[in-house]
Design a protein. Structure first.
Length: 137
């Protein structure tokens, strides 16, 4: 069985890619936030970027299905964390696109049966951790 960091890294990478491509615009603010998350979570940026490159050559539906599978293999904490992070990404450019909200709802609520309130609570905790990291650097 994969360790939790590996499961988190895979699940996050799939959701990160799906969020970046949800509204067909990879906003610079979303990419910057993704980089901060990679640092905060101590992920290998090279591995994440290589995986995103591979995902970009696959049909979006396949990426979504595989991403949901990774999320289902993760524990509840990792699921909430990944969804909290992509909710932050949806907000970071100042305008939440409906496709971004639909992605979070489809994966979090429909597939994983997580209450949206728990996703939003996790998002607030993660935002505080990211803000603290930014303040300390």
């Amino acid at each position: 069985m994969k360790n939790e960091k590996s499961v988190f890294s895979q699940a996050f990478t799939y959701l990160y890619f799906l969020m970046l491509s949800a509204d067909k615009i990879a906003d610079l603010n979303e990419i910057e936030l993704g980089n901060k998350i990679i640092i905060l979570e101590n992920l290998d940026k090279t591995d994440v970027m290589k995986e995103i490159d591979i995902l970009s050559s696959m049909p979006r539906k396949t990426v979504l299905e595989q991403g949901v599978d990774f999320m289902k293999s993760a524990n509840r904490e990792i699921q909430l964390k990944c969804l909290g992070y992509i909710r932050l990404m949806a907000e970071v450019d100042g305008a939440i696109d409906q496709k971004e909200i639909d992605l979070i709802h489809e994966i979090g609520v429909n597939e994983l049966h997580l209450p949206i309130t728990e996703i939003l609570e996790m998002k607030s905790k993660l935002k505080a951790a990211l803000d603290k990291m930014t303040t300390n650097s």
